[in-house]
Design a protein around this ligand. Structure first.
Ligand code: S3P
Length: 444
């Protein structure tokens, strides 16, 4: 994934029209494979996202002893080996660009008597891992080696009997919560995670779906307390992966900012902990109709009809960040087309994503002629009321969401917009280009 792919340009080419079905949710796809590994028997998954990040997790599950097979497009079968029966991988586990894959699998390995080396690409090697390793060490795992500042490559020696702990993650992070719960699966007691701000709950939902005993209570104003009984008898289950709201976000914003657009996004997951962008766009005046809400595989999904609309700048509260943490780059693009200022508060976590997204977004917007500034951890974008100059070339810093966000900007700006490297798009949304072209987008 590290070879530079051709740069790509997006240009305005009339309204977007038609229907799209975004790919399967990345968070759920990782978790479905991992829980398949952790139960004995056959787990079938439909709609799995076949992006590079998820394929790395599939390979890691195989390296730990599961039989992982692709039966057809998005259709996978995992024959797991069960909690307590994982194999030590013979080679380092290479997670490519995927922080989620690495962090969740650190939880799995940390709760087993195996030693594994975790590694990734140049982006992943810069990302903080102590936030995961610290609670795992409290549970009895040991870090045998790590790069400076707790970065990967990391060699982790897990424990056969993880101590049950009560842990409050220092930052709102579903990855930290999930790593602790996954390690707690092999603990003889009860593992408790207390989060001050609720983050995506796919691990909790899927653990229940596979038969674990888990309770969730409200905690404080925005938080949750999750308690998991260790060593459950997990039962193989069928998983249907709904469409990823973080991938739907690109067509959602593109159709809002390209004049005359009118599209339908099919089957987007409406999990309340994932739809902060939808809430924010509606606040900004977007024209989005939510149609046919229904249940699919334990998650609510809906079709969205999105028509182009003028947007107004808004103040996005910090408390909304966990429900739209990956959507700030594309929200910043929407804000560039709004009239007035948009302030996005409390974005410290964006500095440690696949790139320093706060800096990358600010730089990309400047490249497109959009004034913005960063005050503490807030990003303030001066909207151009539909008239964005564009032009220039955005540095994507090995970050798929920076790449896709600025391509969407180019679909509505006066001059075409370039990105320096489109290769990382394949980590989460391999069909991004063809799907957007199907709606009428033009890339070259
Ligand atoms: C994810 C959690 C988020 C998000 C990432 C996927 C997950 O990270 O940014 O893309 O699947 O748990 P944090 O929980 O660290 O914020």
């Amino acid at each position: 994934m590290e070879a530079l792919a051709p740069a790509l340009q997006a240009r305005a080419a009339g309204p977007l029209r038609g229907r799209v079905k975004p790919p399967g949710d990345k968070s759920i796809s990782h978790r479905a494979l991992i829980l398949g590994l952790l139960c004995i028997g056959e787990t079938k998954i439909e709609g799995l996202l076949e992006g590079d990040d998820v394929l790395r997790t599939a390979a890691a599950c195989a390296a730990l002893g599961a039989k992982v097979e692709r039966l057809g497009e998005g259709h996978w079968r995992v024959q797991g080996c069960g909690i307590g029966s994982l194999l030590a991988p013979r080679e380092p586990l290479d997670f490519g660009n995927s922080g989620t894959g690495m962090r969740l699998m650190m939880g799995v390995a940390g709760g087993h008597a195996i030693t594994a080396c975790f590694d990734g690409d140049a982006s992943l090697r810069k990302r903080p891992m102590r936030r995961i390793l610290d609670p795992l060490c409290l549970m009895g795992a040991e870090v045998l080696s790590q790069s400076e500042g707790g970065r990967c490559p990391v060699v982790l020696k897990g424990t056969s009997e993880p101590l049950p702990i009560e842990f409050s993650p220092p930052v709102a992070s579903a990855q930290i919560k999930s790593a602790v719960l996954l390690a707690g699966l092999n603990s003889p007691g009860r593992t408790v995670v207390i989060e001050a701000s609720a983050t995506r709950d796919h691990t909790e939902r899927m653990l229940k779906h596979f038969g674990a005993s888990l309770s969730v209570e409200p905690f404080g104003d925005h938080g949750k307390k999750i308690s998991l009984e260790g060593r459950p008898e997990l039962r193989p289950a069928h998983v249907m992966v709904p469409s990823d709201p973080s991938s739907a976000a690109f067509s959602l914003v593109a159709a809002t900012i390209v004049p005359g657009s009118d599209i339908i996004i099919e089957g987007m997951m409406m999990n309340p902990l994932r739809i902060g962008l939808l809430t924010t766009l509606l606040d900004m005046g977007a024209d989005i109709e939510i149609l046919d809400r229904r249940d699919e595989g334990g998650e609510e999904v809906a079709d969205l009809r999105v028509r182009a609309a003028p947007l107004r700048g808004v103040d996005v509260p910090e408390s909304r960040a966990p429900s739209m943490i990956d959507e700030y780059p594309i929200l910043a693009v929407a804000a560039a087309f709004a009239s007035g200022e948009t302030r996005m508060r409390g974005l410290a976590e964006l500095r440690v994503k696949e790139s320093d997204r706060l800096a990358a977004v600010a730089e990309g917007l400047r490249e497109a002629g959009v004034s913005n500034h960063i005050v503490d951890d807030d990003l303030i974008v001066e909207g151009r009321a539909g008239d964005v100059e564009g032009g220039g070339m955005v540095a994507t810093h090995l970050d798929h969401r920076i790449a896709m966000s600025f391509l969407c900007l180019g679909l509505a700006s006066r001059r075409s917009m370039g990105i320096d490297d489109s290769s990382m798009i394949a980590t989460s949304f391999p069909k991004f280009q063809s799907l957007m072209e199907q709606l009428g987008a033009r890339f070259s």
